[in-house]
Design a protein around this ligand. Structure first.
Ligand SMILES: *[C@@H]1O[C@H](CO)[C@@H](O)[C@H](O)[C@H]1NC(C)=O
Ligand SMILES: *[C@@H]1O[C@H](CO)[C@@H](O)[C@H](O)[C@H]1NC(C)=O
Ligand SMILES: *[C@@H]1O[C@H](CO)[C@@H](O)[C@H](O)[C@H]1NC(C)=O
Length: 249
């Protein structure tokens, strides 16, 4: 029964999204602040010869997705000309939804992190959504670097830690490889498959699905928020839905 309910929900969600998309035009489908986010490494701050990326600032985290989408476009060109078939779109869209709905703000309200007019771009380390999304943004980005897709060495970038709970996250290729090996391996497998000339759409979806699933095991076990358990499933569905929707466009 639970399984059936799962798919019933998935279907309802997908139909709603498809209806929504027909009403709007493509430009409104872009994630919030997409144009304000870095599109290349040189858009980030440079310090001691390294690009400084602060994943606790919304545009910095979104920039990692934007660079990833930009640099992987050529691998999806065989499916559609304008990168619209890039299945990685699901990630920034999901993150944009989290931002727009206020889920990345400090839920304790002890700080003004994520609130207007204080610090709207701030991503709170106390946000369960932000912590889960960290493992869907930083490790994939580092795995892409390690797979040679972003044409940069991991020693040329520096990922900043959050103001607290530093030990619950990882910050570079070797650190993440030893901290969350399954996540790094899952994304590396995806990027390697993507680069193979014989990659097909179904195969890409399968590798992405595996990488995405592996990215949730660790954070879901560490960051507990009982209020949000239901939403975790919904979020998951939302991402799948975006994939399915984009692949049907
Ligand atoms: C699409 O939406 C944007 C933003 O709302 C608007 O500026 C633009 O004119 C729309 N384009 C079309 C073709 O409707
Ligand atoms: C990638 O980024 C460069 C530099 O900002 C831009 O000129 C190019 O159009 C982008 N390509 C895609 C496919 O978005
Ligand atoms: C890769 O980076 C090097 C050095 O930053 C640059 O000279 C080269 O043009 C880049 N190659 C591509 C394909 O972007």
């Amino acid at each position: 029964m639970a399984f059936l309910a799962f798919w019933a929900w998935a279907l309802v969600g997908c139909l709603a999204a498809a209806a929504l998309a027909q009403d709007s035009n493509l430009s409104t489908l872009y994630p919030p602040l997409w144009d304000e986010s870095p599109e290349q490494f040189s858009d980030y701050r440079v310090e001691n010869g390294k690009y400084i990326i602060d994943p606790w600032v919304f545009t910095d985290r979104m920039g990692m997705y934007r660079i990833l989408l930009n640099q992987t476009a050529k691998y999806f060109a065989k499916f559609a000309p304008e990168n619209e078939q890039n299945i990685l779109w699901g990630l920034p869209l999901q993150h944009g939804w989290q931002y727009r709905s206020g889920r990345l703000a400090d839920p304790t309200r002890r700080t003004d992190c994520g609130y207007y007019p204080g610090d709207t771009l701030c991503i709170s380390v106390d946000s369960w959504w932000a912590d889960i999304n960290y493992y869907l943004s930083v490790p994939p980005f580092l795995a892409a670097i390690d797979s040679g897709i972003l044409n940069i060495s991991s020693t040329q970038i520096k990922i900043l830690p959050p103001p607290e709970d530093e030990a619950k996250f990882c910050y570079d290729v070797s650190g993440c490889q030893s901290f969350v090996p399954e996540i790094m391996d899952g994304w590396r497998a995806f990027f390697q498959y993507m680069q193979s000339p014989s990659s097909d759409f179904e195969g890409l979806l399968k590798y992405l699905w595996d990488a995405h699933t592996s990215s949730l095991d660790y954070p879901v076990s560490v960051f507990v928020d009982s209020r949000n358990n239901l939403w975790a499933h919904f979020s998951f569905l939302f991402l799948m839905c975006v994939h399915v929707y984009i692949s049907c466009m």
